[in-house]
Design a protein around this ligand. Structure first.
Ligand SMILES: [Zn+2]
Length: 408
């Protein structure tokens, strides 16, 4: 059994018209008109394929193949995008899942277990990071939902209403783990590992742990014109010292897979003519191993202290959050690897540096992820691209992984 690449590419092309941007990307913020139109289009596609549609109170879409009782094998991803995003992130996974289910439906030999496509709402976190899968796995209370506001300032409850959903339904979204036999998500890698290794299939071992924290360098605000350079206690110097050493700290304290980023600084008072009093360096650091993550955090704080001392300022650190890495299911991983091997695909086992709905689904079911290569590792950008033969390889590995998990 094989998927139809032509049909899959035609779908990918058509889906990219919803929220299309001039530079070839898409912008489909959750619950925006473009997102709602894309969901409507996908629902029609599922209906055409003879799948049974359902949506829950947070806007997750489900399309089921097979009405036999018992737990279903789930597969899917998301349709929403980041602002000025690409055509492949999330969308490719949803369409490969649809194509797999459509191919199985057409074969006329349904597997013993039902299959279910899921499209998670707001994966990109306009309202809440991994909103849809969090709603499925742990649910939300009404008061938390009522406080959620999107990047555009719109309330989630208003967004739900615009999608034709009564917000009262949004508290009843959790799924009984007994109803999910397994979950498989296909996604673009969003990195350069597969491309660099010349591999078409990535078997995701784990989703990295993510640390967040803030280093605050404290000095003394002074007049930028009248304070001699040697008398300043300028926290900008401490912060600059730290940032210039960050790559070295990661190389020394990390395990080769670690990354650390400062993508945001806060400067106070924040004027051209005042030596800063306070610089806050916001950190994002990731690794598949919790121990390494903690060691890296410690090393960064030590380096910050050394820089602060060198420049006669103070520094304090506040941890924001530290989420554990999520290992994906060994059985599902082995099935993906077996199928890829039988299909003669070159594969790599690798961690995912990005968060995915799979990390939530792993709490209620054996979950696995299939990565396909991203050209130049580009993602969250209109430059996202995955070659057609890599898409075909990924979709066929997904198809046969699903058949095997569904008992065929
Ligand atoms: Zn994604």
């Amino acid at each position: 059994m094989h998927i139809s690449l032509d049909r899959l590419l035609a779908d990918l092309h058509e889906l990219a018209t919803f929220g299309a941007t001039v530079d070839g990307g898409v912008e489909r913020t959750s619950f925006s008109p473009a997102d709602l139109a894309a969901r409507q289009w996908l629902s029609q596609r599922c209906d055409d394929a003879g799948l049974t549609l359902r949506r829950d109170g947070i806007g997750n879409l489900f399309a089921r193949l097979g009405d036999q009782p018992g737990p279903a094998v789930w597969t899917g991803s998301h349709l929403d995008s980041v602002p000025n995003g690409g055509r492949f992130d999330g969308a490719l996974g949803v369409l490969c899942s649809l194509e797999a289910l459509r191919t199985i439906a057409e074969s006329g030999t349904p597997p013993p277990r039902p299959l279910q496509l899921v499209v998670f709402a707001d994966e990109e976190g306009c309202y809440h990071h991994l909103l849809g899968s969090t709603a499925v796995v742990q649910g939300f209370d009404a008061d938390i939902l009522a406080e959620m506001v999107g990047r555009d300032g719109r309330r989630l409850t208003d967004a739900l209403r615009s999608a034709g959903i009564d917000p009262a339904e949004a508290t009843t979204t959790t799924v009984d783990p007994a109803d999910v036999h397994a979950f498989v998500e296909l996604h673009i890698e969003q990195g350069v590992t597969l491309e660099g290794a010349g591999a078409q299939i990535g078997v995701v071992e784990s989703i990295v742990g993510l640390g967040g924290g803030a280093l605050t360098f404290l000095g003394r605000a002074d007049h930028a014109g009248t304070t001699p350079m040697h008398l300043r206690r300028d926290p900008m110097r401490g912060a600059a010292c730290f940032l210039s050493h960050l790559q070295q700290v990661v190389a020394e304290a990390g395990d080769g897979r670690s990354v650390a980023t400062c993508g945001r600084l806060a400067v106070a008072p924040g004027a051209d003519n005042i030596v800063a009093q306070r610089i806050t360096v916001f950190l994002d650091f990731r690794d598949p191993d919790r121990k390494v993550l903690e060691a890296l955090e410690q090393a960064m704080v030590q380096r910050a202290r050394a820089c602060a001392a060198e420049h006669d300022v103070e520094v304090s650190y506040e941890r924001g959050s530290l989420t554990d890495p999520v290992p994906l299911d060994e059985g599902v991983r082995a099935t993906i690897a077996e199928v890829a091997d039988e299909q003669g695909r070159t594969l790599r086992h690798l961690p995912s540096g990005a968060g995915h709905d799979s990390q939530l689904m792993a709490r209620i079911a054996p979950a696995g992820m299939i990565f396909v290569p991203s050209r130049d590792g580009r993602s969250h950008s209109p430059a996202e691209h995955t070659a057609a033969d890599d898409i075909e390889a990924g979709a066929n590995v997904l198809l046969h992984t699903l058949l095997r998990l569904a008992g065929t």
